[in-house]
Design a protein around this ligand. Structure first.
Ligand code: HEC
Ligand code: HEC
Ligand code: HEC
Ligand code: HEC
Ligand code: HEC
Length: 476
């Protein structure tokens, strides 16, 4: 076919395309762009349903594809330019460059229409790319090993329906850009296998809680006291249970009361300087209440002149709730909770003791099945009759035990019991007692108090049958 002779209508439509791809480079470009456009049409149904759950498919569709698309587009003019330098024909010879020439009009139309289509395709793909990279599937599972601990703990947390980005990026373009730039650095760390194991915490450039947590929770909202029942199991044959009942003084509102109100109410600022990278020892605390002079509390033995070298941090939600979603257990509390929730049956003799021993053993990566197998083996060898009659209960308890292990131990990332301290409370980690130890003194002799009832009323402590629970109407 001679492209210069106007033939059928179809030929006429094709001539601009032929003119634009008279050399190999441009032809490859046209081919790539067309192929991506066809692929794009096949992608449309998934894009409308918004459900790309597989990270690699998502990366292919929304990250690699736009790249190939632009590459193809660039090839077209590049080919024309190279061809021209080699003395090839121009798209339009000088004699053809007149508006009365139908070829010129067709070419302008063609370029106009394809540009609009290309912009639609490209903007849709990149828009989806940004969306996709903000999805929990992308954050949680792309770099599988690296994010495994955080993703596993997240899935078991009260926030498992909150997207990673709502806490880690928050609203606004500036943080989005910041996160993407830091993301690129992290991609290289994963590619070159130079990331730290475990991922270090605290996250020093975490977005301040005012812009993230406070989009859903806010400290000025008064929360009434909250009752917590904590069950503990002994390591005897009967797994004897005792209960503590705590009335947590959450507080808030505008009363500067309770746990939230005292630290975070409007007009209250608490700053502190931790002495270690995990913020677990706090020698310097400063309390400022509007209209009053700041009070500085120094830990026993700390010297004021050494303090300026340390990180200065203004207290927000994260300083207590540092594990609102990546919450790990300690073996003891993990087993107690599983027993209380029935994931490990408390009807099995020595269930607590056996579970605890097995959890504390060391297993090689990928050998977590041993935790469950050993649990089953214990009952098979020590309680053969019970093993025969309660096989299902023993097996589901073994699975419950293995789940605790898998939620907390990640050998590839060097994450094990206690790797990430939790700052709520004071039992397993210093937590509140980093400051509330009666050992931080102000110049006037005042200390940050350890009065138990300032934080919680202890309605029962390790009691077998707390009367208060009966009063609440709990049955055993
Ligand atoms: C409810 C808010 C919230 C959500 C949702 C959330 N995170 Fe986090 N994440 C945090 C906080 C707070 C920290 C900082 C802990 C610290 O500084 O000690 C953190 C820390 C991390 C860390 C650093 C290591 C560590 O454990 O401290 C990684 C990695 C991480 N998050 C990944 C994720 C991924 C992946 C998701 C989604 C699957 C996610 N996060 C969802 C709040 C959240
Ligand atoms: C997108 C909304 C959203 C964001 C952002 C968010 N949360 Fe939550 N958070 C929730 C919801 C919803 C619940 C209640 C879940 C439930 O009751 O099961 C919750 C529950 C909680 C609880 C109570 C957990 C419990 O044991 O009952 C705490 C504490 C908490 N969030 C702290 C935080 C902190 C700290 C941040 C910031 C790092 C944060 N949240 C960010 C939605 C959010
Ligand atoms: C001084 C430490 C501290 C700070 C700071 C703090 N909290 Fe809390 N928060 C607690 C404690 C302690 C509890 C009770 C935990 C429990 O019941 O075990 C709690 C409970 C909660 C609950 C559950 C309340 C309920 O009624 O169930 C939410 C939600 C929460 N905090 C969100 C936040 C947010 C958001 C911030 C920041 C604006 C924040 N907290 C700052 C210590 C703190
Ligand atoms: C960084 C230091 C720091 C940490 C950590 C800290 N607090 Fe405080 N807290 C203070 C300071 C400072 C005050 C004010 C003391 C004063 O009024 O003189 C205070 C006061 C309080 C009060 C009021 C006490 C009263 O008797 O009036 C409560 C309740 C409280 N904190 C609970 C908690 C809880 C619960 C935690 C742990 C989840 C915690 N705090 C962690 C510094 C801290
Ligand atoms: C600065 C605040 C604060 C002070 C002071 C404080 N506690 Fe607590 N305590 C907490 C918080 C917060 C928790 C809840 C931890 C959690 O959410 O699991 C807790 C939990 C507990 C628990 C149950 C935890 C468990 O695993 O058994 C006991 C028991 C307890 N405290 C006893 C005491 C006693 C006794 C005192 C007085 C010497 C005291 N606390 C002083 C904040 C405080």
């Amino acid at each position: 076919m001679n492209p210069e002779t106007p033939g059928t209508r179809f030929d006429a439509l094709l001539t601009p395309l032929i003119r634009l791809s008279r050399n190999w480079v441009s032809r490859a470009g046209v081919f790539i762009v067309t192929a991506v456009a066809v692929f794009f049409i096949f992608l449309l149904p998934t894009m409308f349903s918004g459900a790309v759950s597989h990270p690699y498919l998502g990366i292919l569709s929304f990250v690699v594809l736009p790249g190939i698309f632009v590459f193809g587009l660039v090839l077209i003019p590049l080919g024309l330019y190279l061809d021209r330098r080699r003395g090839g024909p121009q798209v339009l010879e000088p004699s053809e460059r007149s508006w009365s020439n139908p070829m010129l009009r067709r070419l302008v139309m063609f370029i106009g229409v394809t540009t609009v289509v290309n912009i639609i395709i490209f903007s849709q793909l990149t828009y989806r790319a940004v969306h996709f990279m903000d999805s929990t599937a992308f954050c949680g599972t792309t770099c599988h090993t690296v994010m495994q601990p955080e993703f596993a703990s997240y899935q078991n947390s009260p926030h498992s329906r909150v997207d990673c980005v709502q806490c880690h990026i928050g609203p606004g373009a500036a943080w989005e850009v910041k996160a993407k730039i830091s993301g690129i650095r992290q991609v290289f760390k994963v590619l070159f296998n130079t990331y730290s194991r475990p991922t270090p915490a605290p996250v020093h450039d975490l977005r301040p809680a005012q812009d993230t947590c406070e989009g859903c929770h806010w400290p000025q909202k008064f929360a009434t006291d909250r009752v917590r029942v904590i069950s503990k199991y002994a390591d005897d044959e009967a797994n004897s249970v005792t209960k503590s009942v705590l009335l947590m003084r959450i507080g808030g509102g505008h009363l500067r009361k309770g746990i939230h109100g005292t630290h975070l109410e409007k007009g209250v600022t608490i700053r502190y300087r931790p002495a270690d990278s995990k913020r677990q020892t706090v020698p310097w605390v400063e309390l400022t209440r509007e209209g009053e002079a700041p009070t500085v509390y120094l830990a026993n033995g700390a010297k004021a002149e050494d303090m300026n070298k340390l990180e200065l941090r203004t207290m927000d939600c994260i300083d207590c709730h540092n594990r609102p979603t990546h919450t790990y257990d300690m073996p003891e509390s993990g087993v107690d909770r599983a027993l209380a929730e029935g994931r490990i049956s408390d009807t099995l003799p020595f269930a607590k003791k056996t579970s605890l021993e097995l959890l504390k053993n060391q297993y090689k990566a990928g050998q977590d099945q041993q935790v469950a197998d050993s649990f089953i083996e214990f009952y098979r060898s020590k309680y053969p009759e019970m093993y025969a009659s309660k096989k299902a209960v023993i097996e589901s308890s073994a699975a419950g035990l293995r789940a605790i292990y898998n939620r907390n131990i990640f050998p590839d990332m060097n994450v094990t019991w206690g790797t990430y301290p939790n700052n709520i409370g004071h039992m397993d980690f210093p937590g509140c007692f980093r400051c509330h130890d009666d050992d931080h003194k102000a110049a006037n002799g005042k200390t940050i108090g350890q009065d138990c009832s300032g934080c919680h009323e202890l309605l029962a402590t390790d009691e077998k049958d707390p009367k208060i629970l009966a009063d609440f109407g709990y049955s055993k």
